[in-house]
Ligand binder design. Structure first.
Ligand SMILES: [Zn+2]
Length: 289
């Protein structure tokens, strides 16, 4: 069977029709200096003339991050290399879903009207957004989106503790076990972590593409970083290094910092810094799932 065309309306149980057989996605880009990038829709498209996000229908089997990036390129000439996707929020209507991908733009990137679906692309200061004539779905979502704008999830992983919680023979080859853990962590770095797993309290509709920092010690210190996973070796005491990494991340107070460890004393030390803690079991379920 040939796949259905992605670009059509879906009749939804909410009584409305939505665009996109496989759902739709939009990109909410922010730049600390300029605000957020909004698109005024051309008069002839659905909900024409209102302000909303560059975005559109997902292709079959396309990830929301890829779809948002593709649409930003097609509609606003924003290359995917010019921003970093950090989180996503889903509006789930069952038969149809809309995902807003939140990203941070390079300060130099210039947006422009790149196809006929846009009338204008504009950087709008945050306090001026609600004053525009917004698409009604974006207007409803904006207050919640604004709260997480620009925020990053920093996931600090206590390698020794997480490795120690799974009896896979790690004690025979600590270096190899740390490399396995590092490679597994590229999964959440690419796919994202749902808020139900990391427990930030943003609600189950949110997920995050984390900055992952793996702290290694002892025989695992030589482990090299890979794309998506930073590796920080502890020269002496692993716990102190984890506290140092968490404290450095907390220098950006809006970011969410989560430390993965079961070590009771360490959990107390990082909690004192305002970091959250996650048990190794919850992370490993996610890595194996
Ligand atoms: Zn609906």
């Amino acid at each position: 069977m040939t796949p259905m065309t992605a670009n059509r309306f879906v009749r939804c149980s909410c009584g409305r029709q939505h665009w996109g057989t496989y759902g739709a996605a939009g990109l909410l880009l922010c730049d600390p200096r300029r605000g957020v990038l909004l698109q005024r829709r051309a008069w002839w498209v659905h909900n024409g003339r209102t302000w909303a996000l560059p975005g559109g229908a997902l292709e079959a089997r396309e990830s929301v991050r890829d779809a948002a990036a593709r649409e930003a390129w097609e509609e606003a000439a924003i290359p995917s290399s010019a921003f970093q996707a950090r989180s996503a929020s889903v509006l789930d209507h069952g038969v149809w879903r809309y995902t807003t991908v939140l990203g941070v733009a390079d300060s130099a990137v210039q947006a422009q009207v790149a196809n006929a679906e846009s009338a204008e692309m504009r950087w709008v200061p945050l306090d001026e957004v609600a004053g525009l004539e917004l698409h009604r779905d974006f207007a409803a979502a904006w207050p919640g989106l604004r709260e997480q704008l620009g925020r990053e999830l920093v996931l600090v992983v206590d390698a020794a503790n997480v490795m120690g919680s799974r009896p896979d023979g790690w004690w025979r080859d600590r270096h190899g076990a740390a490399e396995r853990l590092r490679d597994q962590l590229t999964g959440p770095a690419a796919r994202g972590l749902r808020d139900d797993v990391v427990g930030l309290g943003t609600g189950s509709t949110w997920s995050w593409w984390p900055r992952v920092v793996l702290v290694v010690e002892g025989k695992a210190r030589g482990v090299e970083p890979v794309p998506g996973v930073e590796v920080v070796p502890a020269e002496t005491d692993g716990d102190s290094k984890i506290v140092e990494v968490a404290a450095a991340a907390r220098q950006r107070p809006d970011d969410h910092v989560v430390v993965v460890t079961a070590d009771r004393e360490l959990r107390g030390r990082v909690a004192d810094l305002g970091a959250r803690v996650l048990g190794p079991g919850a992370l490993l379920r996610e890595l194996n799932g």
